[in-house]
Ligand binder design. Sequence first.
Ligand code: AMP
Ligand code: ZN
Length: 466
Amino acid sequence: MTLRMYNTLTRKKEEFVPLEPGKVKMYVCGPTVYNYIHIGNGRPVIFFDVVRRFLESQNYEVTYITNFTDVDDKMIRKAEEMAVTVPELAETFIAAFLEDIQTLGVHDATLNPRVTENIQEIIEFIAALVEKGFAYEARGDVYYRTTKFAEYGKLSHQNLEELQYGIRIEVDDRKENPQDFVLWKAAKPGEIYWDSPWGQGRPGWHIECSAMVRKYLGETIDIHGGGQDLTFPHHECEIAQTEAVTGHPMANYWLHNAFLNIDNEKMSKSLGNGILIRDLVKQIKPEVFRFFMLSAHYRNPLNFSDESLKQAANALERIQNANDNLKHRLATASITGEIEAAHTERVAAIASQFVEKMNDDFNTPDAITAVFDLVAEANLYLQQERVNAAALRMFLDQLQVFDQTLGILSKQADELLDEEIEQLIVDRTEARKSKNWARADEIRDLLTEKGIFLEDTPQGIRWRRK
Ligand code: AMP
Ligand code: ZN
């Protein structure tokens, strides 16, 4: 089974061959930290987390870097509005971002570098571009000379003529060509600045990723990701900058997620229909949102609505219930010994179906179908009066394996529910009546392990949590 992924650069699904066997270098463009993130921003955050988790499940050692844009025009304007400094604004929203994505069950990145920590590297990168003739200074600004980079437009599949035609003509006599983009911006009075060979100023947006990718991952990386709106100009510019300096491909695979819409409309400030992640998770479980995100293929648009969330919640509940029921029955399983081969084989087949679907350009909706196949198999097994602990464990372990990639099971799943505790107490009383001491002890141990204390009272057994 080989992993294939759709590469925006070649517009083809290609077999994944890492630069170094067993290792993956991955970079995903992160947020500009001037606001709380909305549900649309959740799509790349969750999708690329799943890509990373899946690669890890396939035994790749993944270096996952995602940056923070902590200085730019929007940051400067917002800081002014809020009457704070740019670094103060950044601190606030970096903390909020990390909190939000943790709520969404996103694993920590290997590193979250920031622009303001990499100014020196950025200046050096721009200086190298100027030296090679790919950039020019104009009154304290520095621009990229797009006509000099023959492959400009290769990622978004446009040629220079189309690009020139499409561009809004701004009156800017500093640029040689309208499609040239800014690498370094001269500071206006009162703005945050750094000293540079071109005077006081700050980096343009695109250059930060070229500088950080090279510093933290190297000249060529395996996977570069982001939302599809980043293809042009952001990623196109990153390629032009990096490849002009290094002479090597910046990334071998370029992955872009499609957009999330709300009630079939684009999310936008003017429509006022944006929903913040932190508000959403007050209404629904974060796992439901993750499940919803993964219920569509990442390259297809996804529509957010009350109805689609309800469907996601119902579907996820079926998986969660199977997981809880398996755990519950495990406590009282009466058969020991080998699992029947038919079950083992079926679970193995479902497990490889899951991997096959994920290997096919991260087809999460089809992978979720495999999870439901396992749930159906487990539910059928649970209908038997007597069950084998080893078989239950096999189902549970397989669900866990799927969940290491998807992250959709409730984190509280390990806690016993009140009804489960009460059922276990009844089972234990019965076991004692029938002098099945081993079973009674087993149940008591399980309860102790889960932090449940039993107390014999004249009214019967009482329980309490630690
Ligand atoms: P921004 O908030 O525009 O800086 O975007 C941060 C990241 O979220 C980028 O990778 C965008 O492509 C992505 N993004 C923004 N809005 C959406 C959306 N509605 N659906 C999917 N991805 C989005
Ligand atoms: Zn970037």
